[in-house]
Design a protein around this ligand. Structure first.
Ligand code: SAM
Ligand code: DTB
Ligand code: SF4
Length: 324
């Protein structure tokens, strides 16, 4: 996202100062920023589908799909284009505007990519925006996805550059930035965020948001995940982060990246309605909707519909976004 009014020079101490504000001051500032750019009562709705599940060669300590951990998981090879089309049709019927497809790959090979391109075309034919997350991409692969009509590429930086090596050893933070560069240069919209609750410190949360905000363009979409603790993964049993610190992270993301969609991503199943409501107040304006994320549970759709009614939230339309 490029606009001269957006900052790309955030310093760590400025971001920490935001985190340290009294809670009400921080939320008020974030809500004011939010209202400047969005209808505060509109939420963008995406649905997720795992198109290839498990056996991933990467060792991400949070992830049940890594071959290095022994989480209980139903391994599934690449779905067919028709299976994906059916799921997209269902997602559209239940109110989603974007369909996100995730694959447990370190990087796709060109044969894999051909199938994903066909999936992207099928999902577009069903009238949904498309997002995929396939691991690392080379420049020509990002261009191929763009030519197939892909809208968004999700590639999370997950945590701070300093904490990265404690969570993943099979790739580097710089590898992630390189793929994000290819995606941006191909003209795809970037979706990039991270995970809270992996035993990181507040400074890591600040440095993660700083890395995102100081990219050449703010990501269009910034998913903030709360770690879903899965038995068999190294992070199972780690001390959870205080929910109010999670809300603060959302608020700081909103202030740093005022025009981005901030997604209250994984972890809602373990969150009270009150904490989710605070996240929306702090500037979150996007969620994953549907009873499953990739491999773990998300809230029941009826529960989400009830929450939307209680909070007076509506699915986002184009005119809910103010132009810069
Ligand atoms: N393999 C690709 C990759 O890592 O980019 C795409 C799929 S991967 C599952 C997508 C994202 O899901 C990860 O970057 C991570 O941020 C998030 N994720 C994975 N497991 C999670 C968990 N247990 N809790 C919260 N977020 C998780
Ligand atoms: C993102 O930031 N979170 C989503 C999506 N992008 C691909 C994935 C969450 C996965 C949670 C664990 C699971 O269900 O396997
Ligand atoms: Fe593989 Fe992605 Fe899971 Fe890491 S997060 S183990 S890359 S599926």
């Amino acid at each position: 996202m490029s606009s001269t009014s957006l900052r790309h020079d955030w310093q760590t101490d400025e971001i920490l100062a935001l985190f340290e504000l009294p809670f009400n001051d921080l939320l008020f500032q974030a809500q004011q920023m939010h209202r400047r750019h969005f209808n505060p009562n509109a939420v963008q709705i995406s649905t997720l589908l795992s198109i290839k599940t498990g056996h991933c060669p990467e060792d991400c300590a949070y992830c049940p799909q890594s071959v290095h951990h022994d989480a209980e998981l139903e391994i599934e090879s690449l779905l067919s284009v028709e299976e994906v089309r059916q799921k997209a049709r269902q997602a559209k019927a239940s109110g989603a505007s974007r369909f996100c497809m995730g694959a447990a790959w370190k990087k796709p090979n060109d044969r894999n990519l051909e199938v994903v391109e066909a999936m992207v075309r099928a999902v577009r034919e069903e009238g949904l925006e498309t997002c995929v997350t396939l691991g690392m991409l080379e420049a020509h692969q990002a261009e191929r996805l763009r030519d197939a009509g892909l809208d968004y590429y999700n590639h999370n930086i997950d945590t701070s550059p300093e904490y990265y090596g404690k969570i993943i050893t099979t790739r580097t933070f710089e590898d992630r930035l390189e793929t994000l560069g290819h995606v941006r240069e191909a003209g795809l919209k970037v979706c990039s965020g991270g995970i809270i609750g992996m035993g990181e410190h507040r400074t890591d949360r600040a440095r993660m948001l700083q890395s995102l905000a100081n990219l050449p363009e703010h990501p269009h979409s910034v998913p903030i995940n709360q770690l879903v603790q899965v038995e068999g993964t190294p992070l199972h049993g780690v001390d959870p982060t205080d929910p109010l610190e999670f809300v603060r992270t959302i608020a700081v993301a909103r202030i740093l990246m005022p025009q981005s969609m901030v997604r209250l991503s994984a972890g809602r199943e373990a969150m009270s309605e009150a904490v989710q409501a605070l996240c929306f107040f702090a500037g979150a304006n996007s969620i994953f909707y549907g009873e499953k994320l990739l491999t773990t549970d998300n809230p029941e759709t009826a529960a989400d519909q009830a929450l939307f009614t209680k909070l007076g939230l509506t699915p986002m339309q184009e005119d809910d976004i103010a132009c810069c």
